[in-house]
Ligand binder design. Structure first.
Ligand code: KET
Length: 415
């Protein structure tokens, strides 16, 4: 009798007769995560890691923040009554706390009309948001800044969108090309999705002023665009509240927008995958339906989120003492990064007095766009063991008083 299915018949040379995955290409790797792997394999003692966006302390360690550590101890002492699934949209108290953190003074303007789901880090929030918008705006295209975090392209393309760029960084001036940005946004069709970084732009470290945000939001309103804010560094720029300026301005307009929020860096909870997606809607009735559709998006992707990271963040944000301690730690992190940025500018200016490094000083947050070419970046890695992303992005938090001068000398040598 003939078998209805093709079978993998072992051949004399040991090969299988049926080939299933032979067309799968090798993965070219990720510009950030794969470089981190290469760094880990480098055996040089004096190597310097300025690659992935991890906050390292002065000792080069990714810290377990004291406030989070206390939350962990409490959770360990008093574990949840039963280890069932969380709801599809996550821990209810956590969702409310996250809204308070993200919207600050503007909370009253948006809370009743906002749908929020717990997510698997900022990436998970972007993906759930992208899948959700794709369902309701199948004709829309996505616009991201040039440059942006590389994974924005991958996530939105993965959700089926065409991804385009608007002007943002001028390689010539090493500053924001604001006129170009406005001009590009002014050309977009209604319902285009515009990805924006509310603070600590990744990779350039160049943020908009309050006045520039007003103008961008004016264009968004006029052209009926759909803004998607990605906030992975709240508090790393100027402060928890100041860094949400763009979101507060947007909230005041009464218009709809999306916000992805990551707690990987600001709670140092990278591996717990904790974040949130908020969709600010026109009114509470619409927000109710959107909440349901976000639940459906979660259910059809991974069903329900993991609990531990969200419980930790919720504990920190619901206890006044822990909140205060966490805020102080966050302030210390921001101040250390600012000191390292100033130190780098000072050292570079000393070693290359022929150059002006003021542009690095004007950038803020975890990253700087050094302006180095891929060839210069490759020389830094090969000759000096100094690792940064090939775009020239530097993770400022990888600097400390031990490696700062060495790094500046190496950069000065390849410039
Ligand atoms: N948004 C931005 C702008 C961002 O830089 C990151 C991570 C994320 C979202 C993702 O957050 P998470 O909560 O980890 O899913 N960026 C750093 C790490 C990475 O590439 O994954 C980085 O740029 O180094």
């Amino acid at each position: 009798m003939l078998c209805p299915y093709p079978s993998a018949t072992a051949q004399a040379d040991g090969k299988q007769g049926l080939m299933m995955f032979e067309s799968v290409n090798a993965y070219a790797g990720d510009p950030i995560l794969s470089l981190m792997d290469t760094y880990m394999q480098d055996t040089r003692d004096d190597k310097v890691n300025l690659t992935i966006g991890f906050y390292y302390d002065e000792n080069g360690i990714v810290p377990d923040m004291a406030a989070v550590k206390q939350a962990k101890a409490r959770l360990f002492a008093e574990p949840p009554a039963s280890p069932t699934y969380l709801p599809m949209d996550g821990l209810p108290e956590y969702r409310t706390r996250v809204q308070t953190l993200a919207f600050g003074d503007a909370l009253a303007d948006v809370q009743a009309r906002t749908a929020t789901v717990q997510s698997l880090g900022g990436s998970g929030a972007l993906k759930v948001g992208a899948d959700f918008i794709k369902r309701y705006f199948p004709q829309s295209q996505v616009w991201v800044s040039n440059p942006t975090w590389e994974n924005h392209h991958a996530i939105f393309k993965g959700a089926g969108f065409a991804v385009n760029t608007y002007r943002y960084y001028s390689a010539e001036t090493k500053e924001l090309d604001f006129a170009g940005m406005l001009e590009d946004l002014n050309q977009l069709p209604a319902r285009s999705v515009v990805l924006l970084h509310p603070c600590c732009h990744n990779p350039t470290g160049i943020d908009l002023t309050a006045q520039q945000w007003q103008q961008v939001i004016g264009v968004i309103a006029e052209r009926e665009l759909l803004p998607f804010f990605d906030m992975a560094y709240q508090g790393f720029g100027q402060g928890l509240q100041t860094d949400t300026l763009a979101i507060a301005l947007m909230a005041k307009t009464g218009l709809p927008f999306l916000l992805s929020h990551s707690f990987s860096k600001i709670f140092s909870l990278y591996s717990e995958r904790v974040g949130a997606l908020s969709v600010v809607c026109e009114n509470p009735a619409i927000a109710h339906n959107v909440q349901g559709q976000l639940k459906f998006t979660v259910r059809s992707n991974y069903s329900t989120p993991p609990a531990h990271g969200a419980r930790l963040v919720n504990l920190v944000l619901s206890d006044a003492g822990l909140t205060q301690q966490w805020q102080q730690e966050l302030t210390d992190m921001r101040n250390r990064m600012q000191a390292m940025r100033s130190g780098l500018v000072k050292q570079l200016s000393e070693h290359r007095p022929d150059r002006d490094f003021g542009y690095l000083q004007r950038q803020q947050g975890m990253f700087s766009y050094s302006g180095l070419t891929p060839q210069q970046v490759a020389r830094l890695k090969d000759e000096f063991g100094v690792y940064m992303i090939s775009s020239g992005r530097v993770c400022i938090a990888g600097l400390n008083n031990t490696n700062l001068e060495r790094t500046a000398i190496a950069i000065a040598a390849v410039l």
